[in-house]
Design a protein around this ligand. Structure first.
Ligand code: ARG
Length: 276
């Protein structure tokens, strides 16, 4: 079978589109204030919406097969980056990955706590553009639900959390140095939402991608230092207790003048409404 993921995704998309329409859903634990480059270790229980994507077949067992991050946006729906589902990342077409799982409630990938839940279905944004990296989102449907308390609300269009200068936190198990040092335990780094103009200047279009303000969000520090990195993709950028971005791309990690680029969550809601 080419695609073990059946086409039952419309339910998940409808759930996400509905959740996005809610102004301020369930209260979530205060975002940890400070991933990643320039980050610090955090407890996964303080950010239960942060999950690891795993395939031991593709990535080996030492770090539980972790290769990307994800975010719980409904009990059975995890958002991640579209590029995480690509053949470039997986090494084979998505349909040939038979052990794709979401790992929830496990901060340390060497432990066995928390839950490993098989992915029943994967929807990859048909608008994803591998040249610009625009529309970098996929929605995974879990084979069994996570508790409601794991869900983080998505910030809708016009939410002040998107304003430049807003303090945000990014979470992940990715590279902590830019040299391939992948974390065993969950980390978080504090970053700021930056003006679109900063990323438009930094990324006018190259092999790395092109900044498109409608679908992307720019965040980091003007002098670099704190950032997401390889392996963090698909993971959450959170501000005011709401999801505003998914780790997508950047040029290097934590470099001055090359901020992190995130998938803009308000545009994800639009895409999901369009395809559900
Ligand atoms: N594309 C990377 C991944 O697959 C994420 C890169 C984020 N880079 C950055 N400088 N913020 O994990």
């Amino acid at each position: 079978m080419r695609r073990p993921f059946a086409r039952a995704w419309t339910g998940a998309l409808a759930a996400v589109a509905a959740a996005a329409a809610l102004p301020l859903a369930s209260p979530v634990p205060a975002a940890a204030d400070s991933v990643v480059i320039g980050g610090r270790p955090v407890e996964v229980s303080d950010s239960p919406w942060t999950v690891a994507l795993s395939s031991r077949d593709r990535f080996g067992g030492t770090r539980a097969g972790q290769f990307c991050g994800g975010v719980v946006v409904s009990p059975t729906t995890v958002l991640t980056a579209a590029h995480c589902m690509s053949e470039d990342v997986l090494g084979v077409p998505l349909g040939e990955v038979s052990d794709l799982k979401v790992i929830a409630s496990r901060g340390d990938l060497r432990e066995t706590d928390g839950k490993e839940i098989p992915v029943r279905d994967a929807w990859v944004n048909p608008e994803y553009d591998g040249y610009t990296n625009s529309g970098d989102v996929a929605a995974l449907t879990l084979s069994e639900p996570l508790p409601e308390g794991y869900v983080i609300p998505m910030a809708g269009e016009g939410d002040p959390a998107y304003e430049a200068g807003t303090g945000a936190a990014v979470y992940g198990w990715g590279d902590t140095t830019g040299a391939g040092n992948y974390a065993h335990s969950l980390r978080s780094a504090r970053v700021k939402v930056l003006p679109d103009a900063v990323c438009e200047r930094a990324y006018p279009g190259s092999a790395d991608g092109k900044y498109v303000a409608e679908t992307m969000l720019c965040a980091g520090e003007m002098d670099g230092r704190r950032d997401a990195c390889q392996g963090d993709s698909g993971g959450p950028l959170v501000a005011h207790g709401r999801l505003i971005g998914l780790v997508s791309w950047g040029s290097g990690c934590g470099r001055a003048g090359s901020p992190g680029v995130y998938t803009r969550i308000s545009d994800v809601a639009r895409v999901m409404r369009a395809y559900s």
